[in-house]
Design a protein around this ligand. Structure first.
Ligand SMILES: [Zn+2]
Length: 270
């Protein structure tokens, strides 16, 4: 359905566009695809383009991300502005991933206008997806931050934790960034130990999800509990408990990998 491509084709009338303004995604509330707009629609709107990047092909049609001028005024009766959470779970998973790609590439270009090494202006490389500094030859590629996300299990039971900074009383899986020099397994065991104090044995890879808040790649695992009492990290974790399918608290939606880990475990133990 979506095929990434870094080589922009010639402009054409069948282009599809994902539009951002001041970092916010524009959604057309009259369209089922919300954030995926037609070339003609954008032309008719009179919005001024600030920058654009080619994303690839959506159902074999060329797809671009556009940033429009901050003084343009999309009709609030038709267009909703917001972050990507607005479309999570409301559009197809692949379309959400495409909008995430769009947001990340636009942010990356905006944040690499100048070279971090010598301070000169950088240029977009059209041969590959990169920002290049002419004078010192520094190259920047779009950056993705890998994270592990893990559901710790003990038979039917699941260890779920409430984030201390999260406004809702939602319980979820544990997650953490992979540190420089660490492998995935080390991160997983360290994070589980730091956040809730328990040890895990066998790990089983589940699946991954691009998570554009702002640029994570979530690597999902199941991990079997082997020992230790729950002791929460006081800064990060408000509470952590063992739960069974029958007595679940509020959990993340199925559109997130956390929600999928929990639902998959429940199904597998039925
Ligand atoms: Zn430089």
């Amino acid at each position: 359905m979506f095929r990434p491509d870094n080589n922009p084709p010639e402009p054409s009338t069948d282009e599809l566009l994902i539009v951002f303004q001041k970092g916010e995604l524009l959604s057309d509330m009259r369209s089922r695809e919300l954030c995926l707009m037609q070339r003609r629609q954008v032309d008719d709107s009179g919005w001024r383009e600030v920058r654009r990047q080619f994303l690839g092909y959506w159902q074999e049609r060329p797809c671009w991300v556009l940033e429009i001028d901050e003084v343009d005024e999309p009709d609030p009766m038709q267009f909703q502005k917001g972050n990507l959470y607005h479309i999570l779970g409301r559009v197809d998973e692949r379309l959400f991933a495409l909008a995430g790609r769009a947001a990340q590439l636009l942010d990356w270009e905006r944040d690499h206008q100048f070279c971090g090494r010598c301070g000169e202006r950088m240029e977009v490389d059209i041969q590959e997806r990169a920002m290049r500094c002419g004078p010192c030859r520094t190259i920047n590629y779009p950056r993705i931050a890998p994270c592990v996300i893990v559901l710790v299990t003990r038979g039917e039971e699941m260890l779920l934790a409430r984030n201390a900074n999260f406004p809702q009383p939602m319980y979820s899986t544990l997650a953490g960034f992979i540190e420089a020099g660490e492998n995935v397994e080390e991160t997983l065991r360290r994070e589980v130990k730091e956040e809730v104090g328990v040890d895990v044995g066998e790990l089983r890879y589940f699946q991954s999800q691009s998570w554009p808040f702002p640029n994570q790649l979530m690597l999902g695992f199941f991990a079997e509990y082997t020992g230790g009492d729950i002791v929460c990290d006081e800064v990060e974790i408000g509470d952590a408990q063992w739960f069974r399918a029958g007595d679940l608290p509020m959990i993340p939606p199925e559109s997130s990998i956390a929600g999928q880990l929990i639902r998959t475990h429940i199904q597998s133990t039925r």
